[in-house]
Design a binder for this molecule. Sequence first.
Ligand SMILES: [Zn+2]
Length: 430
Amino acid sequence: MRTLVRGGMVVSVDPEVGDLPRGDVLIEDGRIAAVGATVDAAGAEVVDATGKIVMPGFVDTHRHTWQTAFRGIGADWTFDQYRVAVHGTLKPHYRPEDVYLGNLLGRIEALSSGVTTMLDWFHCSDRPENADAAIQALREAPGRSVFCYGAIGPDITPEITRVRAQLSDDGMALGLRGPQLSTMDDTAADVALARELGLRVSVHVHGATGWPSGRRPVAGMRDRGLLDDRTTFVHANGLSDDQVAMLADAGCSVSISPDVELKMGLGWPETGRMLAAGIHPSLSIDDCPSVGGDMFSTMRTAFSVQRGLVTGGGLTARDVLGFATVEGARACGLDARTGSITVGKDADLVLLDAEDPSIFPVGNPVGSIVAAGHPGLVDSVFVAGKAVKRGGRLLGVDLPALRARLLESRERIAAAAGIPIGGSWVPEAR
Ligand SMILES: [Zn+2]
């Protein structure tokens, strides 16, 4: 099976390939077989990319997808209010069906805006059936997903082992409760389990006040030998300089969620401090009750904030596009498979409409993507060479039926939790 994506403006995010003002990408058996100004591929099916930007799919390294039914209601929440609302009030009422629908529609939304790879940071884990439902949804959504399991309980080993047996080596990660939400002993045990099972690790950390315990989470983990290059630290705002250096020394990755961090008061996104330490961060959405789910706005916030913090700029649009693609792939251990338009990688491609009035004319495609891009531009999405969106429409997805089911799920959870829908509910922080 051969497909030629022909005549687009190619933004490869691969320094060897560079940008091609007019280029062809040949897909063979789901992989990128050739990239060039002109690729000869007689007999291949042709996708006309004239007037389109052809770029690698985005990688979101941290999203709590199960919360999709409550999209938007937390726009005004602080971090403490979010914890009370989502974890304290809504989560106890989630059934497997609710998890399934949240994960499915959340994953589909991400895919529709060009997120071909997504790490689902799952912590609606009161019962094993919820995890099974989350995984089922990720399997049904036609994107590349990593199930990052934040299991809870006195001993998570049986449950993590059970789920590990169902997923591929690169399809699962362990979401740590972390030193700030449990104890360092628990954290050490969880990391040991991850290493034993060959799982990458993701953990939320924060250096400032307002977190339940532990002001030096990274130092504590370093002292126990728990840092390595298979670990991603989410947020990391306000970490002391020495702890940032520890992350760099150990080769850890960092996932920045700029919109949530700013809006919830976690602090300034640490893009610049991470870069100064030699860490190229990835980007993530975090939670959709609070912020939008697309990587365009996420890139723009990261870009604008960092440019604002450093007089004279420094950070470039190309840097930021790298964070949202290849650095995300690296953080998921998937950079040999995805994250750039490189021969041999899977064909995870996004075609943007470069003739849309909102970005036309496109003279600097990387600049247009980062400074002015939006989900409305996403014309086509391919995952491992398979078209999942064409001509602005998702393929093989019955959105009206899924929408109806998600609304039912939302009404039921809200009623059980005793919260209003349709207003601007702000819980009391406790
Ligand atoms: Zn998070």
